[in-house]
Design a protein. Structure first.
Length: 112
């Protein structure tokens, strides 16, 4: 199978004997010829990975961190409760609201 060796062939990383067999196959096989040409275009296109991205990202992260440190507005966050816990809290609050003597009620329940 030639396909896995095409990249190594085009980049010159094969022994002469293997390279000659691959070259002979490429000359006869249209599919491998097209694949080899596409790989060659990518390798020799001159496109290299951008190396200037990290400094820009680091700069933006630093700006974001600085902005968050100067922002003194802290939103009020509720702790997360399950539905059962939230329902129990609501029942307790409503019960204490409608009870004429909430402290006595809590003492009777054994909470206080």
């Amino acid at each position: 199978m030639v396909s896995p060796l095409l990249f190594s062939y085009i980049s010159g990383n094969l022994e002469n004997e293997k390279a000659m067999r691959i070259q002979k196959h490429i000359n006869q096989c249209v599919s491998c010829s097209k694949t080899a040409y596409a790989i060659e275009q990518v390798i020799h296109s001159g496109d290299t990975p951008r190396t200037d991205l990290w400094p820009r990202m680091a700069s933006r992260l630093a700006q974001t961190k600085k902005a968050s440190q100067t922002d003194h507005h802290m939103p009020f966050l509720f702790p997360s409760f399950t539905w059962r816990e939230a329902t129990a809290i609501a029942i307790v609050i409503l019960t204490l609201t409608v009870t004429p003597e909430p402290l006595r009620f809590l003492v009777v329940l054994g909470v206080l």
